[in-house]
Design a protein around this ligand. Structure first.
Ligand SMILES: Cc1cc2nc3c(=O)[nH]c(=O)nc-3n(C[C@H](O)[C@H](O)[C@H](O)COP(=O)(O)OP(=O)(O)OC[C@H]3O[C@@H](n4cnc5c(N)ncnc54)[C@H](O)[C@@H]3O)c2cc1C
Length: 464
């Protein structure tokens, strides 16, 4: 049977089959090039998603769900004749209940749009990946996105109360609910978070929302060595201070922000630490001073406190744009910026950061280090020339060694970007090195239980 004909009977005009229109779906924000998809489905109802999934299962058509396509690991690209299911038309905010602290949202809603809407109520949805202008609710749930505010609020998994999910066989299930507590059997909501579209298609989410903070201020601190950055944060957390955000940037990143956004930094600074404190109007001044005192223990070049909200916003947006700024500094068409995304316990940061720098030197690469430092999350942004085989070998060796640092210090090879195509080998290495292979076998069994025919995002996360 003609598969396209069958799909168009279900989807009508909500199906893209023209080559030129399918091409944009071949890539995401990673450096991977996908294959031309079989077609692109743009369903607009859950029933339509269910009918498509049943058809795909019956006809063994592999599918990949797509939100904003901002994944950095290749998780949202199609491989070998996959059907792309875009959730772009699921873009409505259905309910907002400040008194019950939840909102019901469709998966294609962009995170910034959700927060703009919630601000009318004096509330917000805390997960804030730097890609929030384009990343969607569904995509960020499926990668368990972290982002800048995870320092205080944790990652996406802490904010999902319930889901509507279409399973590979077309069944529609509802997990969790509209209540803040629930201990009723296995937590299938949690299972879907971070599943990278391997278990089902999310068509609705009940997300927890939170009142906006009353007052916030910022400390900027500049250092000459990277271990001082790690020690400052580790000490701060040990003393019971939980920053709203804590981000660090290295010199390469600061330089690119100067070039692209006109920001200025002290000449002699090799590292910058941005620490935001949230508090009440009465206490904010005192808490900022206390936090600054901790940072000053580690001999910074300078520190400064600000509560100028416009200036703070400018730096916040610049930090969110750091990856794009680095991209615009590429020296050739074949250069990409590949991202390592490890996490270690905060107390291990001083050593892990130092070791990361040593690895950069070992492989003679240009790597910009920045990250959500309060979570122990270090991003290594590696300039990689995909046309140069020797260069790519060194990039791969660096990624391997960088991941080994995470494992050795009790962390993980993937902090927040997920696994996708890029970190499959590193994930396997993590389980092997920690003598935990059986966990991967359990994961494979779970995947098989949901998706016996292996049609969901085939080839991603791990091989079935
Ligand atoms: C500039 C930039 C900065 C970034 N900063 C951060 C950051 O600070 N923190 C962070 O955690 N990540 C960050 N990321 C990574 C990425 O943006 C996030 O992982 C984001 O959450 C992905 O959302 P998306 O809508 O683009 O998902 P997509 O890329 O479309 O999809 C991601 C995965 O989710 C699956 N998926 C999408 N929608 C659904 C659905 N409805 N049901 C089931 N599966 C689905 C896809 O199949 C894929 O496996 C950044 C990316 C960029 C480009």
């Amino acid at each position: 049977m003609d598969l396209i004909k069958g799909l168009s009977q279900i989807l009508g005009n909500n199906l893209i089959t023209e080559r030129e229109q399918k091409i944009p779906y071949m890539t995401d924000a990673s450096y991977f090039q996908g294959d031309l998809p079989l077609a692109v489905a743009l369903p607009d109802t859950t029933d339509q998603v269910a009918a498509v999934m049943k058809y795909c299962q019956d006809n063994s058509i592999p599918v990949v769900a797509r939100g904003g396509g901002t994944a950095l690991t290749g998780s949202s690209i199609p491989l070998k004749e996959m059907l792309v299911i875009s959730l772009a038309r699921f873009d409505r905010i259905l309910e907002v209940h400040p008194e019950d602290r939840y909102a019901v949202v469709e998966p294609g809603v962009k995170l910034d749009n959700l927060n703009q809407h919630l601000s009318r109520y004096g509330f917000f949805y805390p997960p804030d990946p730097a890609s929030s202008i384009a990343a969607t609710v569904g995509g960020s749930i499926s990668t368990n996105a972290g982002g800048l505010r995870a320092s205080m609020y944790g990652t996406t998994k802490n904010w999902i109360l319930g889901l509507e999910v279409v399973l590979p066989d077309g069944n529609i299930i509802h997990t969790g609910g509209k209540v803040l507590k629930r201990t009723a059997g296995y937590d299938l909501t949690a299972l879907m978070v971070g599943a990278e579209g391997t278990l089902g298609i999310i068509t609705k989410a009940i997300v927890k929302i939170w009142p906006v903070v009353e007052s916030r201020g910022r400390i900027l601190a500049y250092y000459d060595t990277i271990d001082k950055v790690g020690s400052s944060i580790s000490e701060m957390k040990g003393m019971g201070i939980t920053p709203l955000i804590a981000e660090f940037l290295d010199k390469i990143t600061m330089h690119s922000l100067s070039e692209t956004r006109g920001l200025t930094f002290p000449e002699d600074a090799s590292y910058m630490l941005i620490v935001d404190i949230a508090s009440t109007r009465e206490s904010i001044g005192r808490e900022l001073k206390e936090a600054e005192e901790v940072l000053r223990k580690f001999n910074p070049i300078s520190t400064e406190i600000t509560t100028d909200q416009a200036a703070m916003e400018r730096i916040y947006e610049a930090r969110k744009g750091a990856y794009s700024s680095l991209l615009s500094e590429r020296s050739s068409m074949s250069e990409r910026v590949v991202i390592g995304d490890i996490v270690v316990p905060a107390s291990e940061l001083p050593v892990a950061l130092k070791e990361s720098e040593e690895k950069v030197r070992k492989y003679n690469l240009t790597v910009a280090l920045f990250g959500h430092i309060s979570d122990g999350n270090i991003h290594a942004n590696i300039y990689a020339d995909i046309a140069d085989k020797d260069h790519m070998n060194r990039v791969e060796s660096f990624q391997h060694d960088f991941a080994t640092i995470a494992i050795r210090h009790g962390g993980s090879v993937s902090a927040e970007h997920g696994v996708g195509l890029e970190k499959k080998d590193l994930l396997r290495m993590e389980f092997e090195e920690t003598n935990n292979q059986y966990v991967m076998e359990i994961m494979k069994s779970i995947r098989k239980a949901f998706d016996p025919k292996g049609i969901m995002n085939r080839g991603k996360m791990f091989d079935q």
